[in-house]
Ligand binder design. Structure first.
Ligand code: BGC
Length: 402
């Protein structure tokens, strides 16, 4: 496939390269029962209907086709498939997924299935979620049953989406349910338990998932660059170092360090950009820093983080050197109502990706985030992130009516 860039240079990508878009169940499906059902985002939105993909998934497949894509990364919601630990899979829900997968196959679209994307069944959450080690065997049991049921339709499995973001926003920043703050011990537990679950699920996928094509398995790691605004300032460097250590190094080591590297056949990379610190303050809209202050520093941000296309090359080179595993860009995109901004950002990042492949990076696909505008977790539908300071999200319990 060929892509034309800013200066209208045509870039060729390897044949067989996957060009896709991505979504997640809670953000698009609606009508689900998990910890987000009763969660009210800062703009008053909730996920109860979202994009109604639960009913309209056949239209989603048509959109993918119309866009000329040959891949779709989407999640299967655990809470729909099992009503209790170790229970049999819900056959109606399974049939819905089979229908979606068959439609994708007919349209020539390769599925990448995500097994965990920031949500769990109520009975898992009631028992402490991923802070509880008992979640590991329950998840592995679910994965085993699902893989057995879908193995002749799916061969790329993404176990966990951004364990770092999930553990951080739920247990350090208080933005995701259960909205805990500064629970570093719980953050580390969640990451550790997910890493163990990944290794065990991976063993099953690689053993059971064989249906003609060799199964592929990996996590999607969100990589954010954390940099100091001024390198000589301790107040800028210290938070950048702590964040890099906690969210990049610790998490990569947990999932891919030592023997654990063998538990992945690929690395999924979610890459959006960077965060620069000035006097302990993260200079990005998502952390509540006023847009004017960010502009005064000359930083180019979307509604969430600073754009840093050259970072795409840097992180791909780093991952290649360190792990020597194939890579999928499992998410990239920008949050902005400005179409020109989004197009420019996409072209700059694709050009950087192309340079990386030319330089030898083994990148097998690119999934744009997202196929459609959706429920952006604690920010809701309007991403009015300036109001967000990590404490304003409310979560009043309300009865759920599908
Ligand atoms: C997540 C998505 C989210 C996107 C944009 C990623 O961290 O996987 O669920 O919508 O970033 O913020």
């Amino acid at each position: 496939m060929k892509i034309s860039t800013m200066n209208e240079r045509i870039l060729s990508f390897p044949s067989g390269f996957l060009w896709g878009a991505a979504t997640s169940p809670t953000q698009v499906e609606g009508h689900l029962e998990n910890e987000w059902t009763n969660f009210t985002a800062i703009d008053g939105g909730n996920c109860r209907i979202a994009c109604d993909s639960y009913h309209r998934y056949s239209e989603d497949v048509e959109w993918l086709s119309q866009l000329g894509l040959n891949a779709y990364r989407f999640g299967i919601e655990w809470s729909r498939l099992q009503s209790a630990p170790f229970a049999a899979l819900n056959q109606n829900e399974l049939a819905r997924n089979v229908d979606l997968l068959d439609r994708l196959r007919t349209a020539g679209i390769t599925p990448m299935v995500v097994l965990h994307h920031f949500s769990d069944p109520p009975w898992i959450n009631a028992a402490g979620g991923w802070t509880n080690a008992a979640t590991i065997p329950a998840f592995v049991d679910y994965v085993g049953k699902l893989v057995t049921a879908l193995k002749d339709r799916v061969f790329i499995w993404n176990t966990f989406n951004e364990p770092d973001t999930y553990a951080c926003v739920a247990y350090l920043l208080g933005g995701f349910p259960p909205q805990r703050k500064w629970k570093l011990g719980q953050f580390r537990k969640v990451v550790g338990h997910m890493a163990r679950a990944h290794a065990q699920a991976s063993r099953i996928i690689r053993r059971e998932g064989l249906a003609g094509r060799k199964p592929q398995v990996g996590i999607a790691k969100n990589w954010t660059f954390f940099h100091a605004y001024k390198n000589f300032s301790l107040w800028d460097r210290a938070p950048a170092f702590v964040c890099h250590y906690t969210f990049n190094k610790f998490v990569l080591d947990a999932f891919l360090g030592g023997w654990r590297r063998r538990a992945s056949t690929f690395i999924g990379l979610n890459y959006y950009g960077r965060v620069r610190f000035h006097h302990f303050r993260a200079m990005i809209p998502a952390s509540g820093t006023p847009i004017k202050a960010i502009k005064d520093f000359g930083f180019v941000c979307d509604d969430m983080v600073e754009r840093y296309p050259e970072g795409m090359e840097k992180i791909l080179a780093y991952l290649r050197r360190k792990f020597r595993l194939p890579i999928y860009i499992t998410e990239h995109g920008s949050a902005s109502a400005d179409e020109n901004f989004r197009e420019r950002d996409l072209k700059q990042n694709l050009a950087a990706l192309h340079r990386s492949i030319q330089a030898g990076a083994d990148v097998r696909g690119f999934f744009y985030w997202s196929l459609m505008d959706n429920f952006e977790w604690q920010f809701g539908y309007t991403k009015n992130v300036r109001k967000y300071n990590g404490s304003s999200a409310t979560n009043p319990p309300r009865p759920f009516k599908p």
